[in-house]
Design a binder for this molecule. Sequence first.
Ligand SMILES: Nc1ncnc2c1ncn2[C@@H]1O[C@H](COP(=O)(O)OP(=O)(O)O)[C@@H](O)[C@H]1O
Ligand SMILES: CC(=O)N[C@@H](CCC(=O)OP(=O)(O)O)C(=O)O
Length: 283
Amino acid sequence: MSGLRAFQGRWFVVKIGGELSSDRPKLAGSVGAAVRAFLAAGIRVAVIHGGGPQATELTNKLGLTPRMVAGRRVTDEATLEVMKMTLAGQVSVDVAAAFRLAGVPALCTTGVSAGLIDARKRAPQVLTGAGPEPIDLGLVGDVVDVNTALFERLAEAGVVPVLGSLSGDAQGQVFNINADTVATRVAAKLRAAKLFLVSNVPGVLADKNDPSTRIPTLTPAEAQEKIASGVIQGGMIPKVEESLAMLEEGIEAIHIVGISPAHALLGEAQGAGSFGTAFLRAR
Ligand SMILES: Nc1ncnc2c1ncn2[C@@H]1O[C@H](COP(=O)(O)OP(=O)(O)O)[C@@H](O)[C@H]1O
Ligand SMILES: CC(=O)N[C@@H](CCC(=O)OP(=O)(O)O)C(=O)O
């Protein structure tokens, strides 16, 4: 625990993938317990959660067809309704319940609230792995600004802001944003000491089907090579790309870490590369 004291007064941002919210005791015993330890060490904590799997499941139940391009969801009006129901509904409440179980004072909402995350529509752009043409993802946003003053006030009040990855603009439009993207932007704006992307895999794997092949640390060049050679695929591509883009923006270290074992997040916070994959700015 003593190693954590070095981060007193700094921010840690923790992103949890949507699928982790379905097992409340597991989420409470891993991420919840780690966040409690961070707070006890005087660290400020913000949490961003996704809800991709739940959204896909509800989309299918409604008889609609989910469409993902390079790990991002093409979002029309009907899809945005589904994202509101899952991110601001089911997943938000399940995450709140897990943090209650862990004894963490989490205030669960979305980036739309009080302009915590200000966004605008993402212009069509070329996406890695999706061909040479620019892709229009519909009602998908880019983060324009983060209300860091409100994050600070919430932290001073002893509250952990927990945001589903919806955002909005001052005209009242709501946007869907990949939760990894929101987390990297929030961490950069808060000049976080650490960003943790907690997922269902223990880190970046040399063989994505073999959890024993975890790569402890990666330089930006090594990570780019692993994307180009196809070692890093699917949902891991935006995670790694967003991480690399933000490393130069003031975040000291970004860690991709699993939900198992329960002490993985806490252990990774105390020793980079010990339980996950760490991207370090200066190596
Ligand atoms: N080299 C790799 N190492 C680890 N995971 C990988 C790799 N390549 C692809 N993946 C896939 O990326 C997934 C994690 O991304 P994603 O499902 O988007 O996570 P989350 O929902 O937590 O954001 C893993 O479940 C895995 O199938
Ligand atoms: C634009 C975009 O792709 N948004 C994501 C937001 C949720 C998310 O990122 O959830 P996970 O962290 O569980 O993957 C989506 O619609 O799936």
